[in-house]
Ligand binder design. Structure first.
Ligand code: GLU
Length: 433
């Protein structure tokens, strides 16, 4: 099955990764600067953590089905590996560039530190349009890309996972390619694999499940009854669709969802099974029965209680933030909100559950998968979900305490907690030589 159609870790989209006006790397560095200022980080450590440790770009040929040879451009960036092996997804997207990958790698460092899992931050991917490629072409591209970055990968050094437009099948090709070069199976080199080759129960919907665990905690804080609360979700890939499903399970009414082609609305609540079917058949939620078509911009500004941006970076900006009416914004996507938009949302009393906490369920269960692969001993879905919930609730509690202690919002608090942990690890290890 083509990776674009089955469960990408975050939604497939034909949109650019970021609108041209917003640079993800600039956003990531400015978010970091805010935390570094507040923590009063010493200049040396501050400068170390502001940059990516290792950035690899590869240009490699792939034989297309029509016999042509095309050159693709791929990346793997390690932002920081002080707390453990590099960890982070692989993204296939037409506008992916090195700056996006840098930003996404830095966010992984903070995410792993915020939830206290022993990984550093990385990201990778290939600039390509998977929707316009055959499954065979995607397989050949994946295998060649993995071969070209193979010296970085390994269960002790760098462990990829799914991200936008990649899925368990792509992870299976990653695992197989790496293993073929080693001469034996190495399941721990990648997470988000199919269950049949060492994947973990619960990994596929872990990100959405985590988003909803944290929405439940935020709702308690705000005294918001989730029963019949109205939710709007931007993006209907892995994270958007599973967040919608779990929100529905806890009693919320999902009134709007969207994908790269547009959005759908039904004030009485959308029928998620019908939407999923419609998307499978047509490639989009737009036009599904008993829905009204809206734009992605309309969706963000809907009158609702909960907004889950689960698409791409740079979607909530100073332009649209003043119109956002949700009480809770839970960032299923990485980097959906610019620092200027953050300030506006805070001033308007919106509670933002920041990406490095809200969507950390995915990498948390990736960690569980890696541990299970290494032990060759697998846990039940009940154990996985209970451990996931515990990990996220503990992190949420620590972030809230940090926020209360320093009178800062949850984003800055989560950053402070994470940056402090990475800075402490850096200072403890010392500067080599
Ligand atoms: N791509 C996901 C993220 O952005 C998952 C990364 C992982 O599991 O390593 O968090």
């Amino acid at each position: 099955m083509a990776p674009t159609r089955s469960a990408p870790d975050v939604p497939s989209s034909a949109q650019p990764s970021t609108p041209p006006s917003v640079s993800a790397w600039d956003v990531a560095q400015r978010q970091y600067d805010r935390a570094a200022d507040k923590l009063n980080l010493s200049p040396g450590v501050r400068e170390v953590l502001r940059h990516a440790k290792r950035e690899v770009t590869v240009h490699f040929p792939v034989q297309m089905d029509n016999g042509e040879t095309r050159v693709f451009h791929g990346y793997r960036v390690w932002h920081n590996v002080v707390r453990g092996p590099a960890k982070g997804g692989l993204r296939y997207h037409p506008s992916l560039n090195l700056d996006d990958v840098r930003a996404l790698a830095m966010w992984m460092t903070w995410k792993c530190a915020a939830v206290k899992i022993p990984f550093g931050g990385a990201k990778g991917g290939v600039t390509c349009d998977p929707a316009a490629m055959s499954p065979r072409e995607l397989e050949r591209m994946t295998r060649r890309y993995v071969t070209d970055i193979a010296d970085m990968l390994g269960p002790d050094s760098d462990i990829p996972a799914p991200d936008v437009n990649t899925n368990p099948q792509v992870m299976a090709w990653v695992m197989d390619t790496y293993s073929m070069h080693r001469g034996h199976s190495v399941p721990g080199v990648v997470t988000g694999k199919p269950l049949s080759i060492g994947g973990s129960e619960g990994r596929a919907d872990a990100t959405g499940r985590g988003v909803v665990y944290l929405i439940q905690e935020a709702a308690k804080m705000l005294d918001l009854d989730l029963d019949d609360a109205r939710a709007a979700i931007q993006g209907f890939g892995n994270v958007g669709a599973s967040s919608a499903r779990f929100l529905h399970e806890v009693g919320a009414r999902v009134v709007a969802v969207s994908d790269s082609r547009g959005g759908v609305f039904n004030g009485d609540g959308l029928d998620l099974a019908t939407l999923t079917r419609h998307k499978q058949e047509t490639g989009s939620v737009v036009g599904a029965p008993r829905t009204q078509t809206i734009s992605n911009a309309d969706l963000l500004e809907l009158d609702c209680d909960i907004l889950v941006p689960a698409a791409l970076e740079g979607m909530i900006t100073a332009e649209n933030a003043p119109q956002i009416r949700a009480r809770i914004v839970a960032e299923g996507a990485n980097g959906p909100t610019t620092p200027e938009a953050d300030d506006i949302l805070r001033a308007n009393g919106t509670l933002v559950i920041p990406d490095i906490l809200a969507n950390a369920g995915g990498v948390t269960v990736s960690y569980f998968e890696w541990v299970q692969d290494r032990e060759e001993f697998f846990w039940t879905i009940e154990e996985i979900n209970a451990r996931l919930r515990r990990a996220l609730l503990r992190a949420f509690d620590e972030v809230q305490r940090m926020g209360a202690e320093h009178t800062v919002d949850l984003r800055l608090a989560a950053y402070m907690l994470a940056v402090q942990r990475v800075a402490e690890a850096t200072l403890t290890r010392g500067i080599y030589p």
